[in-house]
Ligand binder design. Structure first.
Ligand code: CA
Length: 420
């Protein structure tokens, strides 16, 4: 696939994250206006809510873009998804006859505030990166051996949709119970081991009914698009609470997502297979087409007052062991209905080298090996005032599919009368 040229000149730059090939979906507002649906093109955002109202974008008998969320369009299914993409291509391609009418609905991205692009219905987080699972085994249990279920099941837990926030939302250092190994009793206080998890989020478009398992083919077709996802984690809180039921407060204080939904259609040229199976999967999890995407990923860390951010990790989504379609298939296996707006976290993405680890827990090996930033400061975990940013890009021939930054700054813990 090569660059599809647009009359929005900035979209034709090979490094621009939003060429015509991408057309990611967000929700934006400008000064004094309400949030509405927008599509990024070059350095502009196209107000598609206004286009639909003006009759320049006809998707069906009822409006699908009149709310500050993409859920109605997502629920409408792949035929309508393709119709919208085709109409947008027609309006934005080089030589389009409607240019004058469309141009009136463009706004500079630099003047736009971005909001959550969809209403998150439910949030499930997986643990599907093999290197990450092996690293965590080595750190926590002294052995990289995977749990007995790991090579057979994409394991996960049900998180909280209410804790999902859009990039740019500051996160307060959470309070929680922790207990050091030599203490008799736990104490309440701010986490001392605040961490990130570099993940991709898959967004369910069309729903599946309660009581009805799905195939991997159906699951793949249900996925509307992807975002970058930072599953902020409090390792000390998690370490005390997680046995035997798994993550709870250590994961419930914030999950940041990038502001643009990059559609599965835009990512189609970048499909790549899951790694070779170590053990055969049960047949219901086998895939008929490659389920991952070649998306390069970066983590950047910037302390308060530092002029530049340090790249602390670089890896690729193709490192995952399970695809989002496999995770969705397994999720619905027992009859769990999946709904429009469900968000599936991939699990932390780590590659085999230390420079490819997707959490600070791994980068600093639980604090035993602090790492150095470009400013000369060292870090094991996140300190107050640090800003963490995830970036992702799929590189085509002469174009880039970008996601927009997934960023968040850590603020000090809020005061609490029970903390001395
Ligand atoms: Ca996670």
């Amino acid at each position: 696939m090569t660059l599809i040229r647009s009359w929005v000149e900035t979209a034709n730059d090979p490094d621009c994250p939003f060429p015509l090939n991408n057309l990611p979906y967000g929700v934006f507002s400008t000064a004094g206006t309400k949030p509405r649906c927008g599509v990024a093109i070059g350095d502009q955002v196209l107000d598609v809510t206004a286009l639909e109202r003006a009759g320049l974008l006809h998707l069906g008998d009822t409006p699908l873009l009149d709310r500050a969320a993409w859920n109605p369009l997502m629920a409408a299914g792949p035929v309508v998804w393709n119709r919208l993409r085709t109409i947008l291509f027609g309006h934005l391609a080089e030589g389009a006859g409607t240019r004058d009418q469309i141009e009136a609905h463009l706004h500079p991205l630099s003047a736009a505030t971005l909001h959550l692009p969809f209403n998150v219905t439910e949030y499930t987080d997986f643990y599907a990166g093999r290197q990450h699972a092996e690293n965590m085994g080595s750190i926590m249990r002294g052995s990289p051996d995977l749990p007995a279920n790991w090579l057979h099941i994409p394991i996960g837990y049900n998180g909280r949709a209410s804790s999902v926030v859009v990039s740019g939302t500051p996160i307060h250092r959470p309070l929680g119970q922790t207990k050091s190994p030599d203490a008799d009793a736990p104490t309440l206080g701010p986490t001392k081991r605040l961490d990130i998890e570099l993940e991709m989020g898959a967004i369910v478009g069309t729903s599946s009914p309660f009581g009805a398992p799905i195939t991997t083919e159906t699951a793949d077709a249900m996925i509307f698009g992807y975002v970058l996802l930072n599953d902020w984690s409090a390792r000390d809180i998690q370490g005390w609470e997680y046995q035997p039921l798994g993550p709870f407060q250590g994961k419930a204080f914030g999950t940041s997502i990038s502001p643009w939904i990059v559609t599965a259609a835009a990512l189609e040229p970048f499909r790549t297979s899951v790694p070779e199976r170590v053990k055969p999967l049960l047949p219901y999890l086998t895939e008929s087409k490659p389920g991952l995407y070649d998306i390069s990923l970066q983590v950047l860390m910037q302390p308060e007052g530092a002029k530049t951010a340090t790249v602390v990790s670089e890896t690729n989504y193709s490192r995952m062991y399970y695809s989002a379609a496999q995770q969705l298939t397994h999720h619905a296996l027992g009859g769990c209905g999946m709904r429009t707006g469900d968000l599936l976290g991939s699990g932390t993405i780590s590659g085999p080298n230390k420079s490819e680890y997707g959490s600070l827990m791994e980068m600093s090996w639980a604090g035993r090996e602090p790492f150095t930033l470009d400013t000369g400061e060292t870090r094991s975990f996140i300190e107050d005032g640090d800003t963490l940013t995830l970036r992702g890009a799929a590189k085509g021939s002469g174009y880039t599919i970008g996601f927009g930054d997934c960023t968040g700054k850590i603020l000090p813990a809020k005061r609490n009368p029970f903390v001395g």
